[in-house]
Structure formats: C-alpha cells, structure tokens
Design a protein around this ligand. Structure first.
Ligand SMILES: Cc1cc2nc3c(=O)[nH]c(=O)nc-3n(C[C@H](O)[C@H](O)[C@H](O)COP(=O)(O)OP(=O)(O)OC[C@H]3O[C@@H](n4cnc5c(N)ncnc54)[C@H](O)[C@@H]3O)c2cc1C
Length: 542
C-alpha cells in the first residue's frame, strides 16, 4: 500500500479529513487536480458564513436560539419527502447537534473568530439569525486546516500531490482500495483560474481507505441543466457561474462507476441574484448579491415578484418564480441610499474589510455610503444602471435588456404606491412590514436594512436598477453516506474502503439540506462531514 488513506480533492472537506487522518497518525496522500495556488477550493472564495447555534455572539445580540428550535427550522425548510432522505435526515440531526454543541468551541480552539454581528442570510427558514461571518472570511475558514496540512507535510505524514486528477477507483473483491488517474501538465494558473487539462502521465495508488471530497457540479452548466428539476421551470439559457471551473462534478460519475449511489441529483442551491463580474477569474464568473429586504424585485417584464418573495428571504422560491417567468433575468430597483446600505456581495475578495480583518473598514459599514467593492460594481459592472428619474431608468433598463419590456408608467405607479406605504407606521404592504420587522434586530438596523423612506425622495437619488442572472452555486444532492461518512452502494450497504464528505456527499448523507438550506450550512457541512469521514477512515486504516 502507498498510504493508509487517499483523499481526493483539497477543498475544505478534503483538508479537514486529511487533518483528522494525520492527527490519528495515518499516512495520507492528498490528491488535487488543480495547481497549488488553488489549495482550499471554493471555501477560499467564500464569505465564510458559518451556521452555528446558541453562540455567545447570538446571545450578546439578544438572540435566543436552541438545538430544538434549530432542528425544527431545519426539518421544516428541508422538506424531506423521499425514501432517499433517510440518511440525509439523520445527518441533518447530527449536524444540528454539532452546530449547537462543540462546533464553535472546537473551531475557536483552532483559531477561528467571528464578526460579532450575526446575520440573516436566508430569512424565510430561520426563526433567528444564525449566519456567523468568520473573521477573515473564506481564507480564515481554511487557515487552521492549511496550517495543520503544512505541519503534517513537514513531518512526512501527508503528501500533497497537485495536478493529479483521479479518473477511476480501484475495486478489489468489492472493496475500494486505490485510485487511478492522470497527471496534468504543470500550470501557472492563479487561484481560481481555469487550468489546462493536458495529460502528461498516469498514476495508480493503493490505500485501504479512499475519501472522496471532490465538490459539486456547479461549474458545469450542462450537468446543472441535465439535473435541473421540472419543479423549477425551464433551466435558463444564460446562467452565471458562482463557482470555479474545477467544480466539475466528474468524480460523482467516477464514484458511481465503483458502485456508489448518487442521490437527490435534482436538488440544487443556485441563486437568482447574480451579476456579471467585471473582472472575471473563472468562466462566466458571477457574483451573488446578498441583498437587504428593501429593493423592489421585478421580473423581466417589470412585474413585481409576489409576496413573500422579497430580496434575501427565500432563494429557491424566487428562483422558481423567475425561471417560470419566461426570462433569464430579473431586476432590483432601488434608490442610492438603499444601494449603499443593503447590497452586499458574497465572496472573500468582495469583502476586503472582513477578509483583511480591518476593524476600521468594518465599522465603515455602518456609514451611509456603499462599501467600496459594491460601489465599484456600480461603476464598472454591466448589470447596473443609474438615472435621476423613472422614465430614464426604464429607458436604460430596456436598453440593457435589448427589449422594450419595462413600462415606465407602470413602474412609476408601482414605486408611487410603495412610497405611500413607506411613510406609514403600519404599512399594509407585506414587504414594508417585513422591513420594519427586520429593523427591530440591532445587527440589521446597524448595517443591513435602510430606514424606510420614499424611493423618489430626491435626497435618496439617483435611482438604481440591477439586472440579476441566475447563478450556479451549490449541489445539494450527492453520494449517499451513512453517519460515518461511508459511501453506500445500490443495496444500501457501505462499500468497504470508500468514504465521501463535503459537497460531493450533499454535505452529508447525500443531501443534508433536503430541498433548501438555512445558509452557512455548506462550509459547516464540509467541516462536519470532513471530520466524520476522516475519523472513520482513520479507524478503518488502523
Ligand atoms: C463565492 C462563494 C461564496 C460562498 N459562501 C459561503 C458561505 O458564506 N457559507 C457557506 O456555508 N458556504 C459558502 N459557499 C459554499 C462553500 O464554499 C462550498 O460548498 C464548499 O467550500 C465546498 O467544499 P468542498 O471541499 O466540498 O469542495 P471544493 O471546494 O469544490 O473542493 C473540491 C476539490 O476537489 C478537487 N477535485 C475535483 N475532482 C477531482 C478529481 N477527479 N481528482 C482530483 N481532485 C479533484 C477540486 O479541484 C477541488 O479543489 C460559498 C461558495 C462560493 C464559491
């Protein structure tokens, strides 16, 4: 045997699994198709939001949370309704126990810290805010596991082999005990950039445990379209990619060929609020807007999305509505005050203050102007238009879409009706009522939700419209695993030697989220499932 365990994929789940294996004194080979520059996979790019329960950060803000409340929220939002949901449901319970139990103290011991203002990333399913932004965002999430990797590499316990792409699993008498793959030509691609696929050699490695941590399918739009469920309408002709090209889903087929079961392929967590990145790093690079609740959300023809589909509330309901609207895009319309206060961009590179751990930068979020990267998107992004009045705004929106579909008079009526409600202390408009409710929470009042005001107030101008595309991101289904992270075969029994964790395993069980996520559960799910699979693989390799 070449090692005690082979880990396939050096994203967050693979790093955590490797750290656990090495800490258990196992010799590990970590295989990664991308060059060293991309170590850490998607998690590096992430906003670093972690779903945790009943934390000191929540308590300081007066948020009362508990394991039981969280589990009720999770199960209600997930909507588990299939036979295949047996393991995902058990994983959901196990993750909630972890998130309400040792998760925070364990990560704290490893050096992680969190921004004190806990956020709502998905308002519809969560009874209370649970999205804890890691100090240092995505890079801060991977840092402790990269440190551990370097330590174990130095001691010889771990060997990291970049540009090694696994193409099949070796199965000997029903047991997975190795991998076969291609060595790709060295690449100078910078982090996140697409790297070449020129093959310069082959490899074959043996180990009693193989842990697959290869990520989801979001970078391959053909796969996304293939698995796109009918219930979400027609897959859009144009989508943006919220993930790098390496999120190619190929290992799912490789594992399936070795007998593993890929379940819940039709469940995905894509976003309806993507804008084109004016400085793309990967193919079709889109950035997700994390909106506050105030923008007016219109479909491609200018019709307001129905309540309770408000910005930042229910990602999947919005996506379904838009996919069925017959247009690939939708619009946020707002004034500059709301633009400055409520539009955040997801991703480490879009939040240099939090990523760079700048206290001053973060304090500036409470000031009225837009944070710098958002301002820059406003100036340089193709999807943003500004105008002093509604007629010009509608004309610019139509110019951008290349079709006369926004009727200025109808838009004016919509905004005037909203403005009338904004002045009321007990608005009957459901969105305005939701905004008022949101402002009762300190964190929202300070940095996320603008005080209700008239959109046509000249002091709030100019008006802003943002064209939104559907952005691919997370794969909710995946390889079915039991509570030890063992991949299950068609007969429901573990395939000896084969483990899976992270996004390729649906963040646990083959779909721990069911249909919907409460957010922050992806990084959290990678950490938890990577730890479980790493520990189980270590005991197998004992
Ligand atoms: C911009 C952005 C923001 C996000 N923000 C958040 C957030 O705030 N909170 C949250 O919970 N989640 C967030 N996420 C989601 C989260 O980051 C991912 O779901 C998670 O990091 C996936 O980790 P992973 O280890 O499972 O997979 P990946 O990070 O995709 O890593 C898999 C690795 O496996 C390698 N690989 C694949 N196939 C092979 C093969 N055949 N051979 C060798 N190597 C292979 C890939 O190259 C890759 O490096 C965000 C994601 C993005 C992109």
């Amino acid at each position: 045997m070449d090692a005690d365990a082979i880990v396939v994929g050096a994203g967050l789940a693979g790093l955590v699994a490797t750290a656990e294996l090495a800490a258990a004194k196992k010799r590990v080979i970590l295989l990664e198709q991308e060059p060293e520059a991309s170590l850490g996979g998607q998690a590096f790019w992430s906003f670093g939001g972690l779903f945790m329960v009943d934390t000191p950060e929540q308590r300081r803000l007066g948020v009362r949370d508990s394991r039981d409340l969280t589990l009720r929220d999770w199960l209600a939002y997930a909507g588990f309704d299939r036979d295949e949901d047996a393991w995902p449901r058990k994983w959901a319970e196990a993750y909630v126990d972890f998130a309400a139990g040792e998760m925070r103290s364990w990560l704290h011991r490893l050096g992680m810290r969190w921004f004190p203002l806990v956020q709502w990333a998905e308002r519809a399913g969560n009874t209370v805010p649970r999205f804890h932004i890691t100090w240092g965002t995505g890079p801060g999430v991977i840092a402790p596991f990269v440190r551990s990797l370097r330590r174990f590499e130095a001691s010889g316990a771990v060997s990291v082999q970049h540009r090694h792409r696994v193409t099949s699993l070796i199965v000997t008498a029903g047991t997975v005990d190795g991998v076969v793959g291609e060595i790709l030509a060295p690449s100078s691609a910078a982090r996140g950039e697409k790297s070449a696929r020129e093959v310069i050699g082959e490899f074959r490695l043996r180990a009693p445990a193989v842990v697959v941590t290869s990520g989801g399918i979001g970078g391959d739009h053909d796969l996304v379209r293939r698995y796109w469920p009918e219930r979400l309408g027609t897959p859009p002709a144009k989508m943006l990619s919220g993930v790098p090209d390496h999120v190619d889903g190929r290992m799912l087929e490789v594992a399936r060929s070795a007998g593993a079961r890929f379940i819940n392929a039709d469940r995905m967590w894509n976003y309806p609020e993507g804008v084109e990145n004016y400085a793309p790093i990967w193919s079709r690079h889109g950035i997700r807007i994390l909106p506050g609740p105030t923008p007016l959300w219109l479909d491609g023809r200018g019709g307001r999305l129905p309540a309770p589909i408000f910005p930042g509330f229910d990602a999947l309901a919005a996506l379904e509505y838009i996919a069925r609207s017959g247009h690939d895009h939708s619009w946020f319309v707002m004034d500059s005050k709301v633009f400055g206060r409520e539009l955040a961009l997801s991703g480490s590179e879009q939040n240099p203050d939090l990523t760079g751990k700048s206290v001053l930068g973060v304090v500036r979020r409470a000031m009225p102007r837009a944070v710098k990267p958002v301002e820059r998107f406003g100036e340089r992004g193709r999807d943003f238009v500004f105008a002093p009045n509604i007629r010009e705004l509608a004309a610019k929106m139509n110019g951008l879409a290349g079709a006369d579909e926004i009727d200025a008079a109808a838009l004016e009526r919509e905004i005037a009706a909203l403005d009338e409600q904004a002045a009321s202390s007990a608005p009957s408009d459901a969105q305005l009522a939701a905004i008022r409710e949101a402002r009762r929470y300190l964190s929202d009042r300070l940095i996320r939700v603008a005080r209700p005001h008239r959109m046509l107030d000249p002091k709030a101008g100019p008006l802003v419209a943002v064209r939104l595309w559907i952005l691919t991101r997370k794969t909710l289904g995946g390889l079915e695993t039991d509570l030890e992270g063992r991949a299950l075969g068609g007969d429901g029994r573990p395939i000896p030697g084969l483990f899976a964790a992270g996004e390729v395993a649906g963040f646990g069980g083959g779909g721990v989220h069911g249909y919907r996520s409460l957010e922050g559960t992806f990084l959290g799910g990678c950490i938890f499932s990577g730890r479980v699979a790493g520990r189980a693989a270590a005991s197998l390799a004992a």
